[in-house]
Ligand binder design. Structure first.
Ligand code: FAD
Length: 464
């Protein structure tokens, strides 16, 4: 394809400031490599954009040349939609600047920034915007689908803190979406993913966080899985909003300095509690969990917020193979815990696991229809089952484990929808279930902004 494009690529090189790469050029492989090592695709052209004008030129060029567009933010989408064979990849990794206005408590974040970029810039001022729990994830994809992490119950999803976004639309025009400008588009991009255009800059509202916060972990061995998971559930369902939690089902204890050496890689389940309030409040939550079911081991320590955000980075390293399926559960019932505890020992890879986020507090103080995010704004759990392995055989086995555990949990959920950011295979049915009654409105907005569905490499909303 690159040969047939010939001189046209030279034209794009003239109008773009950032480099335009084809196979063999410096930067081509760096751009097409994404987090999920199971995906190895070769775009015809990679437009390494450095500005909204570059993105606009790339969109127009792709349409003129009939090239399928893919958009790469942080490259962490499990489905690998960021890279396609034979098309044009809009690589935003160079658009990663973060500017903070501490007085106004705002951050202006490039569409290709990573969470680490956001946290580093905002923490200089003791501020933060809620994001995910692994710092090499992209702000772009994470935010457009929702964005959940340690601060969800204190500050809401990432989208709940977006004030506006600069976007390049399907016709190449550059607009700002906010409550005042293109309010329908602004609604759609808060949860509706990359369907509506390319976000070149997010404007986030910031809140004071840290710089020191608290992290604690309790770990129960597989044999006491049910008791440990029930204790974890009972504690997190009553936590104050300023304690974030994560249950890690089927976790192999990390070989981290705070984990006693004899338990490194031990299989079991963990409850992690991140405290943003007083040390006493965090200690009380840790004690309550330990009293409910004494753990095999536990630790708690103060930690800089930026380190909390990168603490789990090694659990999902770049280039590993990944597959995931998730669902929302209103309650973490004993039946659900039974499935998770019974199946935890069946995975092969030590890094496969099932993280569970509790969604409550500030998450629920946003009206259901305020954003396009598909999940209901009532207290609930997101159960994500992730098969992660470097070895292809272990990966294949754990992908089957993910599908099978998901199938067992499915009758306990409302429908087969889920959080679009935790979906390796977002087929049409699942995307529709995930957005529920919002799907029709999203499809109408899609018709207005991208009638030709040129932005379709995503959890795709079809134009109505
Ligand atoms: P990419 O693969 O670059 O992008 C995914 C899709 O998003 C693209 O195909 C494109 O359609 C769209 N996109 C990305 N950037 C833009 C943009 N600027 N404009 C328009 N469209 C864009 N999610 C959470 O909520 N919380 C977590 O804690 C969390 N942790 C994760 C940890 C790991 C290791 C991984 C792999 C994923 C995690 N996720 C988490 C899921 C994550 O939110 C999604 O995978 C998300 O799509 C990643 O965004 P990205 O920009 O890095 O990925």
């Amino acid at each position: 394809m690159a040969q047939t494009l010939g001189g046209a690529i030279e034209d794009l090189r003239v109008v773009m400031h950032g480099p335009v790469c084809v196979s063999g050029d410096a930067g081509y492989d760096e751009a097409r490599n994404i987090w999920n090592g199971d995906i190895d695709r070769h775009p015809a052209v990679v437009a390494r954009c450095t500005s909204a004008a570059d993105v606009s030129a790339a969109v127009v060029f792709a349409c003129e040349q009939g090239l399928e567009i893919s958009v790469r933010g942080g490259g962490h989408g499990f489905s690998g939609f960021a890279v396609g064979d034979g098309g044009l990849m809009i690589d935003l990794s160079g658009l990663n600047a973060v500017r903070v206005d501490p007085a106004a408590r705002r951050a202006f974040v490039g569409g290709g920034a990573k969470l680490a970029d956001l946290d580093a810039a905002t923490q200089e001022h003791g501020l933060a915007a809620p994001a995910g729990v692994i710092s090499h994830t992209g702000v772009g994809g994470l935010t457009l689908g929702g964005g959940m992490g340690w601060l969800t119950n204190m500050l809401g999803l990432s989208i709940d803190n977006v004030e506006s976004a600069e976007m390049v639309l399907a016709d190449g025009s550059v607009v700002r979406a906010s409550a005042q400008e293109h309010p329908d588009l602004f609604w759609a991009i808060r949860g509706g993913g990359g369907n509506f255009g390319v976000v070149t800059e997010f404007e986030f509202r910031l809140a004071p966080v840290g710089p020191m916060v608290h992290i604690g972990m309790l770990f129960w061995e597989l044999e006491r899985g049910r008791e440990g998971l029930r204790a974890a559930r009972d504690v997190i369902s009553g936590l104050p909003d300023d304690i974030g939690s994560l249950i890690a089902v089927a976790l192999n204890a990390p070989p981290a300095p705070l984990v006693p050496e004899q338990y490194h890689f031990a299989p079991g389940h963990a409850l992690m509690l991140a405290g943003f309030g007083t040390p006493e409040e965090h200690a009380a939550a840790m004690s309550a969990a330990a009293a409910a079911c004494p753990p095999l081991f536990q630790f708690a320590t103060p930690i800089p917020y930026a380190n909390l955000q990168s603490m789990l980075d090694d659990s999902a390293p770049w280039g590993v193979r990944g597959y995931e399926k998730a669902l929302y559960l209103d309650e973490l019932t004993d039946d659900a815990i039974g499935v998770l505890a019974d199946r935890a020992g069946d995975k092969i890879s030590p890094v496969s696991f099932a993280p569970i986020f509790r969604l409550a507090g500030a998450y629920c103080r946003v009206a259901d229809d305020a954003t396009a995010y598909g999940g209901r704004r009532s207290p609930q759990y997101v159960v994500n089952i992730a098969g992660i392995a470097a070895d292809p055989d272990a990966f294949a086995a754990d992908r089957a484990w993910v599908r099978s555990v998901w199938g067992q949990l499915r009758p306990l959920a409302h429908d087969s929808g889920g959080y679009v950011n935790f979906m390796s295979e977002p087929d049409e049915d699942r995307v529709q279930y995930s957005y529920g009654s919002k799907y029709e409105r999203l499809a109408r907005i899609k018709s207005a902004y991208d009638p030709g569905n040129i932005f379709h490499r995503n959890a795709n909303v079809k134009p109505s």
